[in-house]
Design a protein around this ligand. Structure first.
Ligand SMILES: *Cc1c(COP(=O)(O)O)cnc(C)c1O
Length: 421
């Protein structure tokens, strides 16, 4: 596993000098390694599983292309993600589109895409969404997103498994599936129950998986008992059951990384006998530790309570601390050998939520120092904004000794480009 300290200081200084800050750095080799490790573990524990990358963790071309280089397919949750996966080289027939309260334009696009690429699968978690697909003449491959009534994860805002917004309530699923089997090509069941799951959350997560697997068996039996569905045996009901993503990475220094062989065994045990392919779609696990955010110190202010360190990144660059109370490691790349002080690091936004950390031990920062923020590869750039008229940062991709900017730094002209007199 990779901690923030494992990034080479000289290299990070060089990238910051060349490409300016704030700067996202993505290591493509690490993306590939994470996926291979995940796939190897899952393939050792389960017969013929399928792992997809959940694109929304990082839809930059550097990550999507690295994912495709490993032969991994992509799960998309919006029209734009489908378009970017295709632009990165994904074969449209391999794409999975998970439609959560989809805008009309997203459904139009997906239906149009599926007319030329009938292997594309649309997953939805509301009867209404299936009706909207049917209204567009769609009768292709669908999967039902279920709400198992159990959510897991590092923060209530990501525990989707019990949030009524996501999925069809478990008790309604057999009947809804029977109805869908008559109107579409029903191929799967799907649940994504949480995010940021580490070993401590594994019991809960596996209970949710068990619930979904039980529901899949119950639904398959119901489909086989309902002649109008055309399903003649439970084993013929589903091509796959997708248990979503949610696999965590250690953000804090005292957290242990997931032992993937344990995770895969536990997942396999929770799934039990299932006459369908098991699918998983990690996002964070693939991209998080492949990325770091580089930022320069603008200001150092000593106060009676703490050392206040102002940097050029902010909650507009990386919102996870402000939005999810997320912990991110912060390292002083320039002054590693200085004495340690207790520091609060934040950006130039006028809200007290704009802090990356408070009372954190940090090698005494000086103006001009380069700081690195760890695990910034997932839900970092993706959630960036232009708050305070700040242009979006650049993202540079490294791969071995190579470095290439894959998302240019915005200019003020980009920020105001759509404004009119
Ligand atoms: C966000 C999401 C994922 C990935 O979640 P991670 O916690 O990043 O692994 C997988 N599937 C669906 C449907 C999602 O919405």
């Amino acid at each position: 596993m990779r901690r923030l300290d494992d990034w080479d200081a000289t290299r990070l200084e060089g990238l910051a000098d060349q490409y300016d800050t704030p700067l996202y750095v993505i290591d493509r080799e690490r993306v590939r390694e994470n996926l291979r490790r995940f796939r190897d573990a899952v393939e050792s524990a389960l017969p013929n599983p399928r792992v997809m990358y959940a694109a929304k963790a990082n839809t930059g071309p550097a990550v999507l292309e690295a994912v495709l280089e490993t032969g991994t397919e992509i799960e998309c949750a919006a029209r734009g993600e489908l378009q970017r996966a295709i632009a990165a080289g994904a074969e449209p027939d391999t794409l999975r589109y998970t439609a959560v309260n989809p805008p009309a334009a997203d459904l139009d696009y997906a239906v149009e895409l599926a007319s030329d690429h009938p292997e594309l699968t649309v997953t939805a978690g509301a009867r209404d969404t299936f009706d909207r697909l049917a209204e567009r003449g769609y009768d292709g491959r669908v999967a039902v997103r279920v709400n198992p009534g159990i959510g897991t994860g590092h923060h209530e805002k990501v525990a989707t498994g019990k949030d009524a917004k996501f999925g069809i309530p478990a008790e309604e699923v057999p009947a809804v599936a029977a109805d869908l089997a008559e109107r579409f090509e029903l191929v799967g069941l799907h649940a994504h129950v949480g995010s940021g799951v580490l070993h401590d959350d594994l019991d809960d997560h596996c209970r949710a998986i068990e619930t979904v697997a039980d529901l899949a068996r119950e639904t398959a039996a119901h489909l086989a008992d309902t002649p109008a569905t055309g399903v003649d045996a439970p084993a013929a009901a589903f091509e796959f059951v997708d248990f979503g993503g949610g696999f965590g990475v250690p953000y804090r220094p005292d957290e242990a990384p997931l032992d993937l062989s344990v995770v895969a065994e536990r997942v396999a045990a929770a799934v039990g006998e299932l006459p369908a392919r098991v699918e998983l779609e990690p996002g964070r696990y693939v991209a998080a530790d492949a990325g770091t955010l580089l930022t320069r110190v603008n200001t150092v202010k000593e106060t009676p309570e703490t050392t206040v360190v102002g940097v050029d990144a902010s909650l507009a660059t990386l919102v996870r601390p402000a939005m999810f109370d997320a912990y991110h490691a912060v390292r002083n790349v320039s002054g590693a050998d200085r004495e340690t002080v207790s520091a609060s690091v934040g950006g130039p936004c006028c809200t007290s939520a704009d802090v990356f950390c408070t009372d954190r031990p940090l090698a005494a920062p000086e103006r001009g120092d380069l700081l690195a923020v760890g695990n910034a590869g997932a839900y970092g750039y993706e959630l960036a904004s232009r708050f305070h008229s700040q242009p979006l940062p650049a993202e540079v991709a490294v791969d071995g000794d190579e470095a290439r900017v894959r998302r240019e730094r915005e200019t003020m002209a980009d920020v105001t480009r759509l404004e009119r007199d």
